[in-house]
Design a protein around this ligand. Structure first.
Ligand SMILES: NC(=O)C1=CN([C@@H]2O[C@H](COP(=O)(O)OP(=O)(O)OC[C@H]3O[C@@H](n4cnc5c(N)ncnc54)[C@H](OP(=O)(O)O)[C@@H]3O)[C@@H](O)[C@H]2O)[C@@H](O)CC1
Ligand SMILES: Nc1ncnc2c1ncn2[C@@H]1O[C@H](COP(=O)(O)OP(=O)(O)O)[C@@H](O)[C@H]1O
Ligand SMILES: [K+]
Length: 538
């Protein structure tokens, strides 16, 4: 599991070490320099003579940058440090000067320059940036408050603009957190550095896991500075499950199991308008593994489900988990079986799409139950607007998904899995999970129906907390998309089972050289068993 800690916890963990005189900044700076060297080599950049620009702010983040500048200069790089404050870390500055780093004070005059025009005071540093192979961002770390101001804001805006126009393609390494991100949250308050690599100290920060901020960080390298133990004692409000965590909570059947102990999933999904959702949610549940799927929706959809999956049962009966709503239109009346499941505290629930309207209005009605809502941002906007009173736009949610998912838990009393390129799971009063396991190929109709089925099967088969199972479902769904996109062979029967053992675990991103193939929602469901096998065999 990855854990992310607020700035307050990081400072509390480092305080005793600093008081004891441990050289934390020297360790941090050494790690940054090592990461820059490793990444530069990976890119085939000759180190001696390579030009690096360090953007140094006035705090300890700037101190890290200046000490790193000194290390790099001693390795033979040609290093310039842009000093963005009149006063910067004095020992760092002295170390940089001794190592032959060129020091470039950046004047704040006119730094606020109007849109599209770099401010006049920035011209010298932009000239160095234009020529540099490497930019190191040491403007601010966990000490940043609010959007980047003044000369730093104007400089980052100008640098981003140059990169966007593809004039430049430097390696950008951020120290601790890309400057401009507030380390405790996923929202991006203004202009922020876009890093290829972020070398973060002591522990991960929420901004490095949460959307949309996390996208600015690139690859994240954690350097614990010897404080991992001190930090582990503190609560981590943001987490990410890894494959091993999913293996730990996966319900693997033993010799004493029979189909009822494995769990029965009830499905109220699909309608005359969207019958395919019934098939896809069934596929998701069956491929995840459960004792039985009971399909309880309309007859037309039931025929389609049975044609694809003869193992599905259409008779009513007991269920451990119920999936309500995929493929059901907004405003549809509450079917009797859904009404029963909503008041039966023994039954875990997945509530999606049209089913979201069926939730009780009193948030305490679901207290103590395992209930997971699975909206995408548009559905969540509707739910928040209906429940919270004030209109909330989809774009508002996309600007801070974790915050709005948490708001929805308060309004409904349920766990909320908010789907997206990064999926966040918020629980009443609890940890937020942030899962980034998928690929853009997953954005295809019916993909969410498969996810609802996967989660239904997990809730039916395991007593683990709903939030963890929801994060596990997102991980498996994401990896199934990656596996399918990588192994798609073009037949209509779903992905070929022929895949190399590494890809069968669904690990590793698709990349520019191998972006993968288009997939359908059925392909995602078909890939789930391979992904589960890979995770369990690990
Ligand atoms: N202590 C240690 O030995 C270790 C510390 N470590 C490192 O220290 C970092 C924390 O250092 P910190 O507390 O000094 O804060 P830091 O992130 O540098 O930010 C302060 C600077 O940002 C500026 N600034 C703030 N808001 C701004 C805005 N909106 N817009 C523009 N500027 C803004 C602020 O300017 P000012 O407000 O003073 O004008 C000031 O210059 C941490 O992230 C890690 O990298 C680790 O290496 C471990 C060892
Ligand atoms: N760009 C993306 N990268 C990774 N996963 C994505 C991306 N876009 C969407 N997804 C995933 O695809 C699924 C889409 O679900 P949803 O929007 O409910 O589709 P549908 O209603 O058609 O089934 C979600 O699980 C979501 O997390
Ligand atoms: K930084």
């Amino acid at each position: 599991m990855r854990h992310a800690y607020p700035a307050e916890a990081i400072r509390a963990a480092e305080a005793p070490a600093l008081a004891a005189g441990e050289p934390l900044m020297e360790r941090a700076a050494y790690a940054v320099a090592a990461a820059v060297v490793a990444e530069a080599r990976r890119r085939g950049l000759a180190l001696v003579g390579a030009r690096a620009l360090v953007l140094a702010g006035g705090g300890n983040n700037g101190g890290d940058g200046l000490f790193a500048a000194a290390h790099l200069a001693r390795r033979g790089l040609v290093v310039t440090a842009a000093l963005l404050r009149e006063r910067v870390h004095p020992e760092g500055l002295a170390a940089a000067r001794r190592a032959g780093v060129r020091l470039l004070p950046v004047s704040g005059d006119g730094a606020q320059g109007h849109t599209g025009m770099p401010a006049p005071g920035l011209a010298p540093v932009l000239a160095v940036a234009d020529d540099a192979d490497i930019w190191i961002d040491a403007i601010a770390g966990i000490g940043l408050t609010g959007g980047l101001r003044g000369v730093s804001g104007a400089l980052v805006a100008a640098l981003n603009e140059r990169r966007e126009r593809s004039i430049l393609d430097p390696l950008v390494v951020a120290i601790d957190v890309p400057s401009g991100l507030e380390s405790d949250v996923g929202a991006v308050p203004g202009e922020a550095v876009r890093a290829d690599v972020t070398v973060t100290m002591i522990g991960l920060k929420p901004a490095l896991l949460l959307p949309p901020a996390a996208a600015r960080a690139g690859r994240v390298e954690l350097v614990d500075l010897g404080l991992a133990e001190a930090l582990a004692a503190r609560p981590a409000p943001v987490r990410r499950l890894l494959g091993v965590d999913v293996a730990d909570l996966w319900p693997v059947p033993g010799p004493a199991d029979h189909k009822y102990t494995r769990g029965v999933v009830g499905l109220l999904a699909g309608s005359d308008a969207y019958p395919g959702a019934a098939v896809l949610a069934s596929s998701g549940a069956l491929r995840t593994g459960c004792g039985m799927v009971r399909y309880l929706g309309p007859e037309g959809a039931a025929r389609m489900v049975l044609a694809r999956h003869p193992e599905v049962v259409t008779a009513a009966g007991r269920v451990q988990a119920m999936v309500l709503g995929p493929g059901i239109a907004v405003g549809a009346p509450v079917p009797e079986s859904a009404g029963r499941a909503l008041v039966d505290s023994e039954v875990a629930l997945v509530v999606d799409a049209g089913g979201l309207d069926w939730l009780p209005t009193d948030p305490t009605a679901l207290a103590g139950r395992r209930v997971v809502l699975t909206p995408h941002a548009g559905e969540l906007a509707r739910l928040l607007t209906t429940r919270g009173g004030d209109p909330v736009e989809r774009s508002t949610i996309e600007a801070d998904p974790a915050r709005w998912a948490q708001r929805a838990t308060e309004l409904t009393g349920a766990t909320v899995l908010l789907k997206g390129a990064v999926t966040v799971v918020a629980q009443p009063g609890g940890t937020v999970f942030s899962q980034s396991d998928g690929t853009g190929w997953l954005a295809t109709a019916g993909s969410g129906d498969v996810l609802a089925g996967i989660l239904g099967a997990l809730l039916a088969g395991s007593d683990a907390p709903a939030g963890e199972l929801a994060a596990a479902a997102a991980l498996v769904h994401g990896r199934a998309g990656v596996w399918a996109a990588r192994n798609r062979r073009g037949s209509e029967g779903g992905p070929s089972p022929v895949g190399d053992p590494v890809s069968a675990t669904g690990r590793g991103p698709l990349d520019d050289r191998d972006p993968g193939a288009p997939i359908t929602a059925s392909d995602i469901a078909a890939a789930v068993p391979e992904v589960v096998r890979g995770i369990l065999a690990h």
